[in-house]
Each structure stands twice: as structure tokens, then as C-alpha cells.
Design a protein around this ligand. Structure first.
Ligand code: UD1
Ligand code: MG
Length: 451
């Protein structure tokens, strides 16, 4: 059966008190709505339609062309929001998942289980429910004598007795696609909020004699809808715990999981140790037997087996096998280090490659450079790569030795095995095996201070 998905993301998110559109607030570095879209990708749906309203462009910039969009100009309720997808989906046969863009913790497993239950029950509507300790604000699930769902009542419309019910509507559903759009035409807005409620489709289907099923999520936590910053922090905590526990079970050691923040998209090999205060975000891949942290901030980078990254900041970079980075190094914008390289304290590397065994141990800026195998860049080596308008390249060939406090004024090449004397400002290429000295000679003025 064809699967479609509609993601509701047009609400203003007033309670976030933010300039940032609600569904773009990140959880472990990734916008909430992207978590939802990723899970839907994992279960495989043929179309994903994101309903956008205010801030539509920001959502489109984030998700790009991986989904389709429908605009809801005025937020008249969740039922009205789904109707915006009608021109894209009406008349198609299949199952349509409706998910809110503010439920970042939902997993592909639960969505699969929901779909499986929907199919097994031969239902026209299946609602994902959860048991809440505190159901305040949620729609309550009303079940009939036979245990089947008869309707969902919003908190603001509920009676005393209904308010006592702890089974809530998570806001995630599967609908028979054709029934969904037919039933939505019959949904009115005669309720406490004057809105067109999507859950009203449940009672409409029920009254038409269709099968309405319910599937209960394994935990309430997985279903929380983030409406304010308190819930956002709760979502962070839950996702952090979930991700870290999965990694620990896969053989990663955490000294203090509570202070270690890892994207669910990151991959870490076994016997790697992660020290506290570490943030690993984006699609970072870390090999086995690495030592990471304390206090490292690593984004969208690859770290190969046996490497160490202490107290350092890395983005969009790569660290080879057995390399040692830090403390206090900064790698960014495609810094690529070969195997067994060494990058020490206060070294910044931008858009440069280091061949195997190359070193820059202290106080350097290396930008737009290609550094050969086994090159030693002495303390204070600087590539002068920028003239205020353009960037230029520096090449240091294999086995060259660059002394301390050297400026390499790009474009420039230091040949294979050459030596650059300490304190030199190199403006011309240095031939292979040569010694380059480019500094003033020292003069001593004897007895000067006595005069
Ligand atoms: C909704 C459900 C409630 C459920 C709860 C779960 C309805 C009427 N109620 O309530 O039963 O327990 O979710 O979290 O559906 N949105 C639009 N356009 C609109 C209105 C909302 O796109 O016109 C989007 C919002 O951006 C949000 C989602 O729909 O992502 C849910 O809306 P929200 O206002 O948060 O609904 P709840 O009051 O939480
Ligand atoms: Mg909500």
C-alpha cells in the first residue's frame, strides 16, 4: 500500500516566545521538524507534505527539496491544516500519516508499529495514543464499551469525567487517504477554540460505521509535543539519554553521559571513550578506540580509529587514524589530517590537508595549505593566505622542516626536504633540500647599556 505523510508545521509557536519558527528549534543540534522528516524517511513514504504558514521560507530553506510544501495562510486548526494537502493527495489510494512537526522524539519503530496495527485492524483511522501522568492540555481519547475509540475530546472542550482520562491523543495518526479528505469536508469549528479540529475525523469515521483503531506508544516520552522551552529542554534530555544509552550498549564508554551531547545521527565505534562536556553534532562519524574530550565540540566531521581529540573544536573536518588533536586546536572547513598527524595547542587549521605524520604542535594558523607527509611546522608557523581580497595557497612538500615563527606568504611552495630557518618570512619558493633563511642578521652593540 502507498504511504503518504502530512507534517503539520504552520502554527506560530507563540509559547516559544521566539523569533525562530517553532519547528526549527533544534534538539541535539537538529531542527525538530527535521527529526520528524528523517523518521518518515526511515519508514519509507512516497510523498511528504509539510504544511507551512508564518516563517514558511525558513522551513523551506531547512528542508529543501526532500519534501513538498503546502501553505496554510491562516491557522484555523489542525483539520484545516491537513486540508491544505488536498490538492496534492486527494483521490490517491493509500495510508496517510499525519504527524506534528513539534514531536521530535517519535521513532520510526513506533510509526511502523502504528501502520502495522492500522493494516492488521483493517482500520480507516488509527490514532497513536499515550498514557500521560499529567494530561493537561492534550486531547483525551474516549473509548466505547467495546474498547474501540469513539472520539477525541480537546482539553478545553472536555467534561470533568473526560478530564480524568489519562490516555491522550499524541497528534499522530494514520488515515485511509480517501476517507481523510472526504471526512475533513464535514469537520466544523463549533468548539471552545473555534478551530477545525483534525481529531473530529475520528468521530465522523466512527459514525459512518468505519473501523477506528488506536495504538498506544511504548512510552509517553516519545510522543511529547514541544510547545515551550521547558518541553524543549525535556526533549533534549530524553533524546540525549536515548542516544547515549544506544551508544553505550554498542560499546562506547562515557565518563558522564549526562554532560555529553551527541546527535542521534552520529556514529561512534566501540572502545571509544567520550569525556564530559563533549558535544558531537551533525553527521559525525567517529571510529573505534578514540579518545574524545573532555570539552570537545565536533560537528559534521570524521575521526578515524585510535585518534585523540582533546578540548578542541572541529567542524566539517577529518582526522586520520591515530592522529592527536589538541588540547585547544581548531579544525574547520575541510581541514583534513592524515594518519598519525599531530596538531597541538592553539593551532587553527582551515581548508588544508596534512599528509601522514605531519605535525603542527603549537601556536599556528594553517589555511588553504597542502602540507606533505612528515612535515614539521614549528611553533608559530603561519600561512599568510589572505591579502584582504583573495586567498592564496601554500604548499609544503614532504619531509620539509619549517622552523619556529615563520610566515609563509602565499602563494608559495616549500620543496621536499627543505628547511626554513626560524623567524623567516618566506615570499619566494624554496627549492627541494634547500635551506631558506629570510631574516635580518643580528648585530650586537658591545657595552651599549653602560653608555
Ligand atoms: C493537538 C490535538 C490534541 C493532541 C495534541 C498532541 C487538535 C485539535 N488537537 O493539540 O488532541 O493531544 O495535538 O500534541 O488537533 N498547526 C497547523 N495549523 C493550524 C494549527 C496547528 O499547522 O492551524 C500545527 C502546529 O504547528 C503543530 C500541530 O499542528 O505542529 C499541532 O497544533 P497545536 O496547536 O500544537 O495543537 P495542540 O493544542 O497541541
Ligand atoms: Mg502541540
Amino acid at each position: 500500500m502507498d504511504r503518504f505523510a502530512v507534517i503539520l508545521a504552520a502554527g506560530k509557536g507563540t509559547r516559544m516566545k521566539s523569533k525562530l519558527y517553532k519547528v526549527l528549534h533544534p534538539v541535539l543540534g537538529k531542527p525538530m521538524v527535521e527529526h520528524v522528516v528523517d523518521q518518515l524517511d526511515n519508514i519509507g513514504v512516497s510523498r511528504q507534505i509539510v504544511i507551512v504558514g508564518h516563517g514558511a521560507e525558513a522551513v523551506q530553506d531547512t528542508l529543501g527539496s526532500r519534501v513538498d510544501y503546502a501553505v496554510q495562510e491562516e491557522q484555523l486548526g489542525t483539520g484545516h491544516a491537513v486540508q491544505m494537502a488536498e490538492s496534492e493527495l486527494a483521490g490517491k489510494q493509500g495510508a496517510t500519516l499525519v504527524v506534528c512537526g513539534d514531536t521530535p522524539l517519535l521513532t520510526a519503530e513506533t510509526l511502523e508499529a502504528l501502520l502495522a496495527h492500522h493494516e492488521a485492524q483493517d482500520a480507516k483511522v488509527t490514532v497513536l495514543t499515550a498514557i500521560a501522568d499529567d494530561a493537561t492540555g492534550y486531547g483525551r481519547v474516549i473509548r466505547g464499551e467495546d474498547g474501540n475509540v469513539t472520539k477525541v475530546v480537546e482539553h478545553k472542550d472536555a467534561s470533568e469525567a473526560e478530564l480524568a482520562i489519562r490516555e491522550i491523543n499524541t497528534g499522530t495518526y494514520v488515515f485511509d487517504n480517501e476517507l481523510l479528505f472526504e471526512a475533513l469536508r464535514q469537520v466544523g469549528n463549533d468548539n471552545a477554540q473555534g478551530e477545525y479540529y483534525l481529531p473530529d475525523v475520528i468521530s465522523i469515521a466512527k459514525q459512518a460505521g468505519e473501523v477506528v483503531a488506536a495504538h498506544t506508544a511504548p512510552t509517553f516520552d516519545e510522543t511529547i509535543g514541544v510547545n515551550d522551552r521547558v518541553a524543549l529542554a525535556q526533549a533534549e534530555t530524553i533524546m540525549r539519554k536515548r542516544t547515549n544509552e544506544r551508544l553505550m550498549r554498542a560499546g562506547v564508554t562515557f565518563m558522564d553521559p549526562a554532560s555529553t551531547y551527541i546527535s542521534p545521527d552520529a556514529v561512534i565505534g566501540s572502545d571509544t571513550i567520550v569525556y564530559p562536556g563533549t558535544v558531537i553534532l551533525g553527521k559525525t562519524v567517529i571510529g573505534s578506540e578514540c579518545v574524545i574530550g573532555p570539552n570537545s565540540d565536533i560537528r559534521n566531521s570524521v575521526i578515524e580509529d585510535g585518534a585523540t581529540v582533546r578540548q578542541s573544536v572541529l567542524s566539517d573536518s577529518r582526522v586520520g587514524n591515530g592522529a592527536q588533536v589538541g588540547p585547544f586546536a581548531h579544525l574547520r572547513q575541510q581541514a583534513v589530517l592524515g594518519a598519525n598527524t599531530r596538531v597541538g595547542n592553539f593551532v587553527e587549521i582551515k581548508k588544508s590537508t596534512f599528509g601522514d605524520g605531519a605535525k603542527a604542535s603549537h601556536l599556528s594558523y594553517i589555511g588553504d595549505a597542502s602540507i606533505g607527509e612528515r612535515v614539521n611546522l614549528g611553533c608559530g608557523s603561519i600561512t599568510v593566505n589572505y591579502d584582504g581580497k583573495n586567498k592564496f595557497e601554500t604548499v609544503v612538500e614532504a619531509d620539509a622542516f619549517v622552523g619556529c615563527n615563520v610566515n609563509l606568504i602565499a602563494p608559495v611552495t616549500v620543496g621536499k626536504g627543505a628547511i626554513v630557518a626560524a623567524g623567516s618570512t618566506i615570499t619566494d619558493d624554496v627549492p627541494e633540500e634547500a635551506l631558506a633563511i629570510a631574516r635580518e642578521r643580528q648585530t650586537n652593540k658591545e657595552g651599549y647599556t653602560k653608555r
